[in-house]
Ligand binder design. Structure first.
Ligand code: GLN
Length: 215
């Protein structure tokens, strides 16, 4: 599906970054496929030792309650938190956004978060009527009309002072118009949707360019 684009690396320098993808549950394989199609070296991250030497990390979608439990039982939660606090660039999608948030409106019983992104998130915000849908979004810093797949997606209902809103649902989105679906806070880029489920790789390209600038 994705054509290798090794040429693209010359745009950002010769060094291919090493990007970790948290691979406990959910859509990690799809992120790895996109990242590798763009010439990036990848590593599945399950334990704290896997964080060594990474230039960036992806928190994929899936089920945030399961990812939370596994991150804690694999003793990954605290070392991951430290790495992100020290500036490791993060791309979080869907459940990954839930995992990073400081506050959840409707956390499952016993659900923890890493509290790294100063936002409030409402899980499964579109309800069963609109479980999954595809659309296009204008994303600041990424581009216009970017393809986005929403799957039991969360929305962001509050953003803290250091958080920049980069994507909202369009005006014609009915009762969810204007909902915040993308934010950036320092080294964290977090999205409600799945850019890795589409053929549009602009989100990954943009994020990798930022990662490479830090390397
Ligand atoms: N609803 C899921 C959760 O709360 C997220 C869904 C997804 O990642 N596609 O974790």
């Amino acid at each position: 599906m994705y054509q290798p684009r090794t040429v693209w690396l010359s745009e950002v320098g010769e060094m291919a970054p090493l990007v970790g993808v948290v691979a406990l549950q959910g859509g990690f394989a799809e992120h790895i496929e996109v990242l590798e199609s763009l010439g990036t070296n990848t590593r599945r991250v399950r334990r704290s030792a896997d964080l060594q030497g990474l230039d960036g990390i992806v928190l994929p979608g899936g089920e945030s309650t399961v990812i939370d439990k596994l991150m804690r039982s694999f003793s990954l939660a605290e070392p991951l938190k430290d790495a992100v606090r020290r500036g490791l660039p993060v791309l979080a999608t869907c459940a990954g956004l839930v995992v990073l948030a400081t506050d959840l409106e409707d956390a499952a019983k016993g659900q923890h978060t890493l509290s790294l992104l100063d936002v409030t998130v409402r899980r499964n915000a579109f309800g069963s009527q609109l479980d999954s849908f595809e659309g296009t979004l204008d994303i600041d810093g990424v581009g216009d009309g970017v393809s986005a797949t929403f799957i039991r997606a969360p929305v962001i209902t509050r953003v803290g002072p250091g958080v920049e809103v980069i994507a909202q649902l369009p005006d014609e989105a009915g009762n969810v118009s204007g909902a915040i679906v993308g934010v950036r806070q320092r080294n964290v880029l977090a999205l409600s949707f799945h850019p890795e489920e589409t053929d549009d790789d602009r989100v990954h390209r943009t994020w990798l360019r930022q990662v490479s600038e830090e390397v």
